[in-house]
Design a protein around this ligand. Structure first.
Ligand code: AMP
Length: 418
């Protein structure tokens, strides 16, 4: 056993798996940049106040923050999500609205680790600040949908709800409180009720089920404007042919949501890891962080869970980049310095053996590397300024090539192999 291992809930992503992570990020960047979103990179650490504004009644804030005092006595925290940081950046830099940004990166929550639930986990997401238009809600949801399609996932479901305007939501919360106070609930749900009656709807405990089934529904509380907005979102998604279910009990974890909210669920994951991602409209977050009142909408998709869903569906297995050549230098190892340099400068992927190991040992490495060609240099080749090119994948004879022709020869051969 080594002296140290990664902390609970923290993982190493090793090659070749890491290539899949990067490709996923690239696919996401491609989807959202095509729609005019620019990348934002925010710090991993913020003033803890940025995150407590998310909502005093959410577990993310009350139980899971990695908050600490830095050496300057500042109260800071590792970020548990990115929406608050994006809103802080908007309030700070005051960019021209509408501001469409995307992000990717790790977040930190002190949760109980299990499959699909980690203490450091990655998300990709978008936020749009400064636009209150149902057509934007449709655009944002459609981008996440397109991303899943591009990965090859076909069993993702979209569930949709509206929490109405803030006043509608407030009236609904009061009605829920009254209803649940008069109902039979588990002790855990009673505790949730104290802080956040909406979250009682999330309970999966059987004993709570009758109270939840008979609870008032949010739609009864919509103002005419909130109804119109939601109808327009439904119409837009229908027009795009994106399937969805309206789920009146969907409330989402964080306090700042209002109006349109949505979640993507995997078709194959066990229910604890079922939520692949989600988002919605939020109000007041930019304002709470010192900026002007600004409407916002966004989503965050869990990278870890998305990849688990890809595993379960048997899709998105991008091959890591293959080497074009592996240089086997058994003439001292110095020739391979310039050969790999030339190859790489010409845009070819090349690796080499080190430590002047035997021909057999280096050929084994060449084999394992998956390179298309082994380029062998021994004393004979050194004397004649040549290289032996041995095809490693599929047939073909090895050939002796003049050093000066190496790049063009290799490029021709690689083109033939394609
Ligand atoms: P949230 O920011 O809580 O709305 O989460 C958005 C998405 O991030 C979820 O649907 C999950 O896919 C993912 N996620 C949230 N928390 C975790 C975690 N602890 N481990 C892995 N993924 C997570």
């Amino acid at each position: 056993m080594p002296a140290f291992q990664n902390s609970p809930g923290m993982r190493d992503i090793l090659p070749p798996d890491s290539a899949r992570w990067r490709t996923l990020n690239n696919v996401f960047a491609d989807v959202v940049e095509t729609a005019g979103y620019g990348q934002i990179i925010t710090p991993l650490i913020e003033d803890v106040g940025v995150f407590t504004r998310i909502g005093e009644a959410t577990d993310v804030v009350t139980k899971e923050l990695y908050a600490f005092e830095d050496r300057g006595g500042r109260h800071v925290s590792l970020r548990p999500e990115l929406t608050a940081s994006v809103c802080r950046a908007f309030a700070q830099h005051r960019p021209v609205a509408p501001w469409k940004v995307w992000y990717s990166g790790p977040n930190f929550r002190q949760e109980k680790a299990q499959r699909g639930r980690y203490r450091q986990f990655d998300q990709v997401g978008v936020e749009v600040l400064g636009v209150d238009d149902a057509n934007l809600d449709v655009e944002v949801i459609a981008l996440a949908w397109e991303f899943y399609l591009r990965l090859g996932l076909s069993q993702v479901t979209l569930i949709l709800n509206s929490l109405g305007d803030p006043e509608d939501r407030a009236r609904y919360v009061e009605a829920l409180r009254k209803h649940f106070e008069a109902s039979e609930l588990t002790d855990q749900s009673r505790e949730t009720l104290e802080n956040n009656p909406l979250r009682v709807l999330d309970s999966k405990r059987e004993f709570d089920a009758p109270a939840i089934t008979s609870a008032p529904q949010i739609a009864e509380f919509y103002s005419p404007g909130a109804s119109r907005h939601f109808e327009a979102v439904v119409a837009g998604l229908t027009r795009l042919g994106i399937p969805f279910d309206v789920e009146p009990k969907l409330v989402r974890g964080l306090d700042y949501y209002r109006s349109t909210i949505f979640e993507f669920q995997g078709g194959t994951l066990a229910s604890a890891q079922n939520a692949l991602g989600g988002g919605g409209r939020y109000d007041g977050l930019v304002e709470a962080l010192g900026g002007p009142a600004t409407p916002g909408i966004g989503f965050a998709l869990g990278v870890d869970r998305t990849l688990l869903a890809c595993n379960d569906e048997g899709v998105f297995a991008p091959a890591p980049r293959r080497l074009d050549a592996f240089v086997v230098d058994v003439a001292g190892g110095f020739e391979a310095v310039s050969i790999t340099g030339e190859l790489r400068a010409a845009g070819l992927a090349a690796d080499r053996g080190f430590e002047n190991r035997s021909m057999k040992a280096q050929m084994k490495l060449a084999n394992r590397s998956g390179a298309a060609f082994a380029l062998i240099v021994g004393d004979d080749q050194l004397a004649t300024d040549t290289v032996v090119a041995k095809p490693m994948q599929g047939g073909g004879d090895q050939q002796t090539i003049a050093r000066s022709d190496l790049i063009s020869h290799l490029k021709d051969e690689l083109r033939r192999l394609q």
